[in-house]
Design a protein around this ligand. Structure first.
Ligand code: 13P
Length: 264
């Protein structure tokens, strides 16, 4: 099975609803025309309803940035899979900012992964080691624990995308090298092969995230192990995000003619 390249923009806690609509408006037509790449926007919760309407009939998909693991009830301020199910196809789970600023544990992330899948939402599940863990040579140990815990008691599924986001590379301008990212992504496939099976390990999309821009995307995408990117800061600028998506199409499909690459 060929892995369709995947690029998602995680807008984090940025943009008012008006700004979110303007950003989508700026890139909608051009982004829509890039074929062969799954394109996903993950705006803040409050913009999901209107962005969902703007994206109707386009090839661009919508994702949320987080979700509670209960479906409904007395959980003031939380957003449930039932609510997201009407609006989104994807949901980012286990992002390091959720883990480190909001105390999300592996156990909570496991509950979220299970409930998302059972409600037809596709998790973009994030893993990544912190700087001190990287420097102590513990990257593999950390990633292994995060993957095994989040997927505990989860049946093999194609409805999952994994993002390798080293914490030290997020928002720092200090991206991993393409080679470093590819090595860890290959390791994630080996965990999936042991936990589930070899076929699914080869089929699932695994992204790199952490200071990706239109200037360095080529380094990641040219690695066969890396299927795309989860983009933070650069996804808030229409031209940058378009550049990332367009280069992904160009590099993953070098033989296809230019209309395919979304050119004017
Ligand atoms: P930056 O691209 O801003 O480093 O953020 C990456 C990220 O955390 C995406 O989820």
């Amino acid at each position: 099975m060929m892995r369709v390249p995947f690029v998602a923009g995680n807008w984090k806690m940025n943009t008012t609803v008006t700004e979110a609509e303007e950003l989508v408006y700026d890139m909608l037509d051009r982004l829509d025309r890039v074929e062969g790449v799954e394109k996903v926007l993950c705006p803040p919760f409050v913009a999901l309803v209107s962005i969902n309407m703007m994206l109707r009939g386009s090839s661009i998909k919508l994702g949320a940035q987080n979700m509670h693991f209960e479906t409904l009830g007395a959980y003031t301020g939380e957003i449930s899979p039932l609510m997201l199910g009407e609006l989104c196809e994807f949901v980012i789970l286990g992002h390091s900012e959720r883990r480190w600023y909001f105390g999300e544990t592996d156990e909570m992330i496991n509950k979220k992964v299970k409930v998302a899948l059972s409600h037809g939402l596709k998790p973009i599940f994030c893993v990544g080691e912190r700087l001190e863990e990287n420097e102590a040579g513990k990257t593999r140990e950390v990633i292994d624990r995060q993957v095994m815990a989040a997927l505990d008691d989860v049946s093999p599924t194609h409805d999952l995308v994994i993002a390798y986001e080293p914490v030290w590379a997020i928002g720092t301008g200090r991206a991993a090298s393409g080679e470093q990212a590819a090595v860890t992504i290959k390791f994630i496939r080996s965990i999936l092969a042991k936990l589930w099976n070899r076929d699914i390990a080869q089929d699932l999309r695994i992204l790199y995230g952490g200071s990706v821009t239109s200037n360095n995307i080529a380094e990641f995408i040219s690695q066969p192990e890396i299927d795309g990117a989860l983009v933070g800061g650069a996804s808030l600028k229409a031209e940058d995000f378009l550049g990332i998506v367009t280069q992904t199409a160009e590099i993953k499909y070098p033989h296809l003619p230019s209309p395919f690459k979304g050119e004017e």
